[in-house]
Design a protein around this ligand. Structure first.
Ligand SMILES: [Zn+2]
Ligand SMILES: [Zn+2]
Length: 447
């Protein structure tokens, strides 16, 4: 990030202290009585949403350690008179709001965990929390913006609880721990988060450094599956001056890195869906005149299509093993299934598109390209339709190119996007209930 951009970000963060206390302008698009009520209630709850977000931002907690955050959520949902279940999937919290009129059940999901990142954004509520992580002392930061997700959902809960008697159905609030690669969604589901009552659809949002207040998503594969490749290349150790007297696993590892790039660029149909294969770690040897015995490599594979995912796994394994074989070395390849493909149900997205268009802020509603990052939201959508979307949080006038990405120590979410988050979530829930919902069963999504 350039100096100029960083100054602008800091200026924007100073500004938001002012703007957040101002009344939120109504969009003037709400003609429906329930939508009009959401708008009024949303405006009233915004100062609290901002305060919650700052508090959670200042007190971030790592995956499966979201005790303080979960307690805050639990207390709030109980005060709203919901049926609340704490400790679902370790630190998860589920709240059920039963409307006064009959109708379907819809679930809303927010993730709560922070990351081992030392915050570099100069905010008054900057995180000063430090911890030991993998043997190193490091800061803890909401570098993925989940503080915003929790605050938006708490605000949405308050808005909808206030209009409970007029709600045609039930809203289930799922506050999830451990999204960052530690299986929080699966743990909550195993603990019954999708039962009693069972939702017929689920919505989730993620803050993203795109245009302020924009809502964006796409049908089908939206975020990638993330699978890990572990490779051990076994050669035969020898003197660095006489490679012919052994088998050099370093050169084999180099060939494997290049060979794997041809899987994505030469062997799959690039017009069908994109794919990324990255080797992010290579370890082998300890000095210049010794050819080591083995080299360890770790990488990630990102895909958007279930069949292509399988095909790439097969081709990666073959490429690695055959390259090693050609040099007289051996390679052990292990492919670990990681995050699932976040696939938006096309008919649910079609049904909810007018809501997204109506509730988006100035940035509007956008259909966007797939994103190679990964989410564990799809664990919830294995057999119910789901819709995951991004809320743009770049400061006004900025865009993704000028902004630090999620997980950066400079990641910055402008609070001016929070009203759009609450408005979108509350209206999605209500519009879904009003529509009568979707058939609750659907064929399991192929992963
Ligand atoms: Zn993240
Ligand atoms: Zn995230």
């Amino acid at each position: 990030m350039t100096h100029r951009t960083r100054s602008a970000t800091l200026a924007a963060s100073a500004l938001l202290l002012f703007t957040a206390t101002q009344p939120v302008a109504a969009q003037g698009k709400a003609t429906d009585p329930l939508a009009a009520e959401i708008e009024t209630r949303m405006t009233a709850v915004m100062p609290k949403v901002v305060a919650w977000r700052r508090d959670i931002h200042e007190h971030p907690e790592l995956s499966n350690q979201e005790v303080r955050t979960a307690a805050l959520v639990e207390k709030h949902l109980r005060a709203l008179g919901m049926e609340v279940t704490p400790q679902v999937g370790k630190t998860g919290v589920v709240g059920v709001l039963r409307g006064g009129k009959p109708g379907p059940v819809v679930a809303l999901r927010a993730d709560m965990d922070a990351l081992p990142v030392t915050e570099l954004v100069d905010l008054p509520f900057k995180s000063k929390v430090r911890t030991m992580y993998n043997g190193q002392e490091v800061g803890v930061m909401h570098a993925c913006g989940h503080d915003n997700h929790v605050a938006i959902m708490m605000g949405t809960a308050e808005v909808l609880a206030g209009m409970k008697e007029r709600l045609p159905g039930t809203v289930k609030f799922i506050f999830q721990p451990a999204e960052e690669g530690l299986g929080g969604a699966e743990a909550m589901i195993a603990d019954g988060a999708l039962q009693n009552p069972r939702p017929s659809a689920i919505f989730g949002l993620h803050v993203w450094p795109s245009a302020l207040g924009s809502l964006s998503t796409r049908a089908g594969g939206f975020m990638a599956a993330a699978d890990q490749i572990d490779i051990v290349v076994k050669g035969r150790q020898t003197h660095g001056s006489a490679p012919w007297s052994g088998v050099d696993p370093i050169v084999v590892a180099a060939q494997i890195v290049m060979g794997l790039q041809t899987v994505a660029s030469r062997q799959i149909d690039v017009t069908a869906a994109p794919a990324v294969i990255t080797i992010g770690m290579i370890q082998g040897g300890n000095r210049g005149n010794i050819i080591p015995d083995s080299v360890v490599m770790i990488g990630t594979i990102r895909t958007f299509d279930a069949d292509m995912r399988q095909e790439i796994h097969t081709r990666v394994k073959r490429t690695v093993e055959d390259i090693a074989h050609s040099a007289g070395a051996t390679a052990r390849v292990q492919l670990s299934i990681g995050g699932l493909i976040t696939q938006n149900d096309a008919s649910l997205l079609e049904k909810m598109t007018p809501t997204l268009q109506r509730t988006a802020g100035d940035g509007g509603f956008r259909t966007v390209n797939p994103v190679t990052g990964s989410e564990d939201f799809p664990a919830f959508t294995k057999d119910i339709p789901g819709l995951f979307y991004f809320l743009g949080v770049a400061p006004k006038g900025m865009d993704q190119k000028s902004q630090a990405a999620n997980h950066s120590p400079l990641f910055f979410a402008d609070e001016a996007a929070l009203p759009t988050g609450v408005r979108a979530m509350a209206n999605l829930a209500v519009d879904y209930l009003k529509s009568g919902g979707m058939a609750s069963a659907k064929p399991a999504m192929k992963q």
